[in-house]
Ligand binder design. Structure first.
Ligand code: GDD
Length: 409
């Protein structure tokens, strides 16, 4: 049996995702019309003997309650949210809930970061993991040498795929192979995490007066230890024939910023062509709007037949898109209204926002630049004939003059 665990973090983590994470937990932000965390969950569905999916985080339980119950029904796989009382780190969070995870007596545990976008080749990874016979297998990808230092860089044996060396976000270049944040472990991972905590305690106790009381309190606090998977587990276990790598040649991106969410929305829309083509809109400008490339339109959204949308456009529930509107590379969130002849390019339009007639909301589309994608927060009004370029607008603002390269607080 296999158990999947998705680390969703908490409100103190997704700060680079503002203003879109101000009223919604980042893992629930829609990419290609589905919450970010939906995509790894859907990928887990492809594993035949999957017993349970746990989401572990320190967001309030109520933020995930609706999502967890609806996804369990929709995909017919039990999904449960487990709340940490405080951040324990990526390995500490897993360890904290080891009793739940071990309840089904799994032979493998899949561990996934929620903020990565990829094809999640999980059956293939499980296969490779069984073949290697180690404690863990890490999904890796080759990236450009300039971007590698934002991630865990690693070196693997080209023959055996054994992980030989691992450094988290190194200052000097180590390797262009990086950790994708997707892992398979045997339950021995818990012993490894426990080992790290023990060693730390031993060192602390040596420094302290080693009285019996000190030892007892140390044992108690052991369970609340903060342990990072990368620095504390992967680095020391490299080169010990316990960890192996599985390299993907497919797409992979990390989703830390709103700009990257727009890019990843496009990647998932493209993937729908293979996995779920019925989710993609089609239209020829007669009864329905003209559709170009990969587009998702929620069934409750209303798009005027004279609008032209795509490529990479995702339109959420109850949005209204007026006559003559042109949308290219954008995410339109719930209850947005875009009035006649407005143009939106390389932008994210927040919940309940309104864009006036003949207005333009656009950006250059540099996903990595701070102002490379225009972001309108929740309930922003752009009045008629106003132009907003390369800007971020915080919630509840009204723009009646044009702006460029600005952050409107
Ligand atoms: N539940 C919980 N509790 N989740 C956490 C905690 C915690 O205390 N800390 C982090 N996470 C979650 C985050 O939400 C994210 O999904 C994942 O764990 C990893 O987050 P970080 O530890 O902040 O690391 P990172 O995202 O900067 O980098 C990691 O992922 C990269 C791939 O995306 C590293 O493992 C890198 O090596 C790797 O390249």
């Amino acid at each position: 049996r296999v158990i999947a665990v998705i680390m969703v973090g908490g409100p103190t983590k997704g700060t680079r995702f503002r203003p879109l994470s101000l009223n919604l937990a980042k893992p629930l932000f829609p990419l290609a019309g589905q919450p970010m965390v939906y995509h790894p969950i859907a990928a887990c569905k492809r594993i035949p003997n999957l017993a349970q999916i746990y989401l572990i985080g320190f967001y309030e339980e109520r933020e995930f309650a609706l999502f967890v119950s609806s996804i369990s029904n929709e995909l017919r796989v039990p999904v449960r949210y487990l709340k940490e009382d405080k951040p324990h780190g990526s390995a500490g969070g897993l360890y904290n809930f080891r009793d739940f995870i071990m309840e089904d007596n799994p032979s493998q545990i899949l561990l996934l970061n929620c903020d990565v976008c990829c094809s999640f080749p999980l059956p293939e990874m499980l296969e490779a993991h069984r073949r290697y016979g180690g404690m863990g297998t890490i999904l890796v990808i080759k990236v450009s040498p300039e971007s590698a230092n934002q991630f865990g860089e690693l070196v693997a044996d080209p023959e055996t795929n054994e992980l030989l060396h691992y450094t988290e976000k190194p200052e000097t270049f180590v390797s262009d192979r990086i950790n994708c944040g997707v892992y398979v472990f045997t339950p021995d991972i818990f012993t490894a995490i426990e080992g790290v905590s023990m060693q730390r305690k031993d060192r602390a106790n040596l420094r302290r007066l080693s009285s019996f009381e000190a030892l007892q309190s140390a044992t108690r606090s052991l369970l609340t230890d903060f342990v990072r998977l990368d620095q504390d587990i992967l680095s020391p276990l490299a080169g010990k024939k316990q960890l192996y790598t599985y390299e993907t040649l497919d797409f992979w991106e990390q989703i830390k910023t709103p700009g990257m969410s727009l890019k990843c929305s496009g990647l998932y829309l493209y993937q729908y062509r293979v996995t779920t083509p019925h989710l993609l809109a089609s239209g020829d400008g007669k009864k329905n709007a003209t559709v170009v490339g990969d587009v998702f339109v929620h069934p409750s959204a209303k798009v005027h037949p004279t609008a032209k949308i795509g490529p990479n456009v995702s339109i959420s529930a109850n949005a209204r898109i007026g006559a003559g509107v042109r949308l290219i590379s954008c995410i339109i969130l719930d209850d947005v209204e875009i009035k006649e002849n407005a143009v939106v390019i390389h932008s994210i339009v927040g919940w309940k926002s309104s864009i006036g007639k003949w207005s333009r909301v656009q950006a250059e589309g540099d996903y990595n630049a701070k102002l490379g994608v225009t972001i309108l927060g929740e309930d922003v009004t752009v009045e008629d004939e106003v132009v907003v370029i390369n800007s971020i607008v915080l919630p509840h603002k009204t723009l009646n003059v044009s702006v460029q390269e600005e952050i409107i607080l």
